[in-house]
Design a protein around this ligand. Sequence first.
Ligand code: PHB
Length: 397
Amino acid sequence: MSSAQIIRTKVGIVGGGPAGLMLSHLLSRAGIDNIVIEKRDHETIRNTHRAGILEAGSVKMLTDTGVDGRVLTEGHRHDGIDLRFNGVSHRLDFQDLVGESVWLYPQNEVFVDLAVARKRDGGDVRFSVTDSDVLDLTTDVPKMRFTDADSQRFEVHCDIIAGADGSQGICKRAIPADERTDHFIAYPFAWFGILTEAPPSAPELIYANSEHGFALISQRSERVQRMYFQCDPNEDASVWTEDQIWDELQKRVDGPDGYTLKRGRIFEQMVLPFRSYVCEPMRYGNLFLAGDAGHTVPPTGAKGLNLALADVKVLFEAIDSFYAAGSRELLEGYSDTTLERVWKAQNFSFWMTSMLHTREDQSSFERKRILGELNSVATSRYGQQYLAEAYTGWPSA
Ligand code: PHB
């Protein structure tokens, strides 16, 4: 192998998903040189289906910084959700409750917009890299190494490394085990997710609790819908027929109002296991974690991408103040600052998950208690406001 070519930059970013690209975008706008490396290719990320709800703050980050306004034209503003239990829907009107909305705009579209913006602005983003690692993290010159798509080996010398390489990435694992605490819980269920060619079954998202388990009726466009139902983590998605899937979804939203899902051809079906995880601290020397690299939440609260972008905002401001004012103060405080929001979101995601899902061994007491909990949210303005504030996103730090 030929010897490694040395590149000098200010910030090395591991991970070219939405978090890594957004950080790169913000840094470049502030004139801070950076390089992004990503092991997947552009098409793979573009076709990775993830959640689709953006908080107003996330939308603002895209539109105010000149990424693209496509979120406003192609995305759909949602002013509320339906909380459905015992076969009855309760609408939570976010505008009335907290004066906010969310946008339905899938994560892969956010990725596409950011990738286009990075290309347009001459950003240095290397997709399809292999053999990447990070080293010298506690020195003044942390480094990342990788082999690019043309088999050329590189060593990037930086001041700061951002680990935005997702829950399975290398950065979190580069923090020695005795320097971090892994806070972790698993759940005894997963989501069976589908994409279907059908018109929307409802104007807004429906989060449904039933004795048969949870279901989420979400959307993608006028012609494509996204839906999920709670399943066993070991479920094999491929053995389910379309009719079985539709019957299972319908069972969980059935009610005296006769609500019926609009069925269509299912063109993707997969099981999404989930867990809650936080790496503390989200920093080691000059390595700073952002997004799923530092924490994962179950999808029930739609917080994953929003939290990642909130991390990026805090990290960008810290890096910017380091270069603009020579101060390390915000960098030193990064982990504590960002973890405050992360733990609020962990609590919200855990709460939504436990309130809406049904455990297989659920006792009659537990079933009734959960209905009491759902009722205390749905029939109280204070309860509704608590959910609405968390769902639409707390103000940033
Ligand atoms: C989605 O549309 O994929 C979606 C929406 C809301 C969630 C999770 C996933 O809470």
